[in-house]
Ligand binder design. Structure first.
Ligand SMILES: Cc1cc2nc3c(=O)[nH]c(=O)nc-3n(C[C@H](O)[C@H](O)[C@H](O)COP(=O)(O)O)c2cc1C
Length: 235
């Protein structure tokens, strides 16, 4: 008896098996990926980024990668600002590339506060994501933000909320820090950290370092975003 459907060749079967394996691997085996992307002049925002990445990695099957956005200031200017040497502490962190954003299930952006908003360096990175927006590449991913200010009421929440518009325009879900992180409620000390995102207070001369309370909020934010990214990926 003749049949209209011919048997696939051995090569075609091999290709199909390969495609099935890749689809299975991506769906069930490959860890969720979180990109923690920061700008930092003096290192405070970098310290928070480290804690957030650590929190992400506390969740099983989650991998966190850190990136920094490109510096736009010249070395002589950074020298005058007293930042050149401090920036060596995180010079090993690779420069963020908008093209890589599509690889992540969650994207966490951190920027120091400048007049109640994000830095020009972080804005330049955001402005370079037009191609991702046009293609809808980031739709359905999780986004979150963190910041640093010099003073206690220097605009942390405005910076965090101003970054939220980026995620919403990209079709992403904006995540903050849930109150299950009890450190958000601490009245024992002056502290950063809010339901809008992790934060630290650097001090007028940058003399303060992130406290254990602030780092705990940062780790909680990392865990929260990682959990959400895993759930969204599993759907
Ligand atoms: C141009 C400029 C504007 C700033 N605006 C603010 C501000 O609005 N509120 C505030 O508390 N700190 C402000 N700062 C201080 C920075 O937020 C502070 O240096 C930063 O949080 C330290 O983080 P980093 O160590 O990651 O660079 C400003 C600093 C600069 C240079």
């Amino acid at each position: 008896m003749t049949t209209l459907i011919s048997r696939p060749s051995a090569k075609a079967v091999k290709v199909m098996k390969c495609a099935l394996f890749v689809a299975f691997y991506e769906e069930f085996v490959m860890p969720s990926k979180i990109h923690v992307i920061f700008y930092s002049t003096y290192g405070h925002t970098y310290a928070l980024a480290e804690a957030i990445a650590q929190g992400c990695r506390e969740i099983s099957e989650v991998d966190a990668e850190m990136f920094q956005v490109a510096e736009t200031l010249s070395s002589p200017i950074l020298e005058k600002m007293g930042a050149l040497e401090l920036r060596n502490r995180f010079s090993h962190v690779p420069i963020a590339d908008p093209k890589k954003l599509s690889e992540a299930d969650g994207i966490i952006l951190g920027s120091p506060t400048r007049y109640g908003g994000a830095t020009a360096q972080m804005r330049a990175f955001i402005d370079a994501t037009g191609s991702q927006w046009v293609k809808g590449e980031l739709i359905g991913k999780v986004g979150a933000a963190f910041t640093s200010t010099a003073s206690q009421h220097g605009g942390q929440e405005t910076t965090l909320l101003s970054l939220a518009t980026f995620f919403l325009h990209q079709g992403m879900t904006f995540a903050g820090v849930p109150y299950s992180a009890r450190e958000l409620l601490s009245m024992e000390e002056i502290t950063g950290g809010s339901p809008y995102g992790a934060s630290t207070i650097a001090g007028a001369k940058g003399e303060r370092v992130p406290t254990s309370n602030e780092l705990a909020v940062a780790r909680a934010q990392g865990r929260h975003v990682a959990n959400l990214a895993r759930k969204i990926k599993a759907d």
